[in-house]
Write a protein that binds this ligand. Sequence first.
Ligand code: SAM
Length: 457
Amino acid sequence: MNTLQVAKLVGVHKDTLLRWLRAGHVLEPGRDRRGWRDWSEDQVQHVLKYARGEVSQTIAIPPNDQAIETLKTLDWDFAEAKTNYLTHGLHPYPAKFIPQIPNALIQELSSVGGVVLDPFCGSGTTLVEALTLKRHAVGVDANPIACLVSRAKTTRLTARDIESLRNLSDPLMSLRARFGSGQQPLFAPSGFQDVRTPDSKQIQFWFVPHVITELSHLKSLCLALPSLPAQTLALAVFSSIIVSVSRQDSDTRYVRRDKNVQPGDTVRRFLRALESAIERAAEFADLVEDRFTCRVFQSSVLERPMVGSVDLVVCSPPYPNAYSYHLYHMTRMLWLDFDPAPFKAIEIGSHRKYSKKGNNGATVETFKSEMKTVFGWLNEVVKRHGYCCFVIGDSILNGRTVSNSELLTGVAREFGFGLDADITRHLQDAKKSFNPKIGKIREEHVLIFKNRGKSRV
Ligand SMILES: C[S@@+](CC[C@H](N)C(=O)[O-])C[C@H]1O[C@@H](n2cnc3c(N)ncnc32)[C@H](O)[C@@H]1O
């Protein structure tokens, strides 16, 4: 039913019903494909009870089974979808999922005003979608780069923040003119203080001298910004260009290769990325109301962070033996003063832990036991009847394929989560598998679990 029909049935004016919604006396219903409110039978009954004075406070109405059926009929390949709208394209991130995945799950499995958690939030894709769909967002990630990017992508810039960021363009233009002139940047451009260039051996190994000078100037400009939101956005943009101007082969290969980065290129890239980020972040701030909050915790999920109670979980967890984020993000961490060692120690799935070279002897049992901790925690955090959605493909361990979806389904069941749907989605051929031992992963599973209550463990 639409809002007018419900108001008529209940016997109130449509504006009254909208006021009850704003005050939180009745819960927001889901939305149809056009974004209009679509009231289910249960929700209408709740409004009727509220109008008769039979309920005085908001009761969470679980999404009905129809939601799962709707999700099963979607085309999950999203082959033609545009994926870098709003702040989504701010920073590269290995294995980030396309925003259409969390968008569909959040729309169907939670209500406006609900709380959506991504316990492996990475670059914050779920958080951005939750906020634009009028939900509160909570993200957890052990990787400090992930937390910086998630915060930057979800920050609500004020007009003043935007102005201070736009004001960077003058100093940046003069830096560019200075460094791009082909002269050796032995001293600061006029009007600039000399900046201290880091003397770390690692930085010298991964970056050529003129890039080190340019990055040092850029970093000091970012840190001099007057507000935390502006600094966060600028530092995320700074982080976004680092691999491209370093000698690190690519975002997912930690080997040295010379790239012929010319003097001035680093400032030019930063300037271009910053201009685009300001526009995107301003658009995001216009769209998302301040009353929808976003909290990002830098923590290992294995420590069961205190995130409060949530309505829905949407995530793509790390795969065993696939990614080594602490390595891929090492050069970024060097510049942002993050220590990679604590993250390396707690990173789940890291290729290094599973490879013979890593000497850590991690096996499929390691991953299983980590997922047990995660589902034990989720059983307490996710409201009863709330959903947990995990997007995951297979791994190769010691030459054998491991079905991570089966593994997760077994673990989830032990901890009170029933499997409501297992949907297969095909990955685009263009999607590179960066770990040659893994080969091309061609499909992944969207697993939808429902919290049925007490854990059996
Ligand atoms: C596949 S990525 C998630 C990508 C995310 N869905 C996105 O769209 O950007 C998995 C994430 O798990 C994080 N991670 C690995 N070990 C973790 C741990 N112990 N606690 C929390 N996060 C962890 C990694 O840092 C990485 O960001």
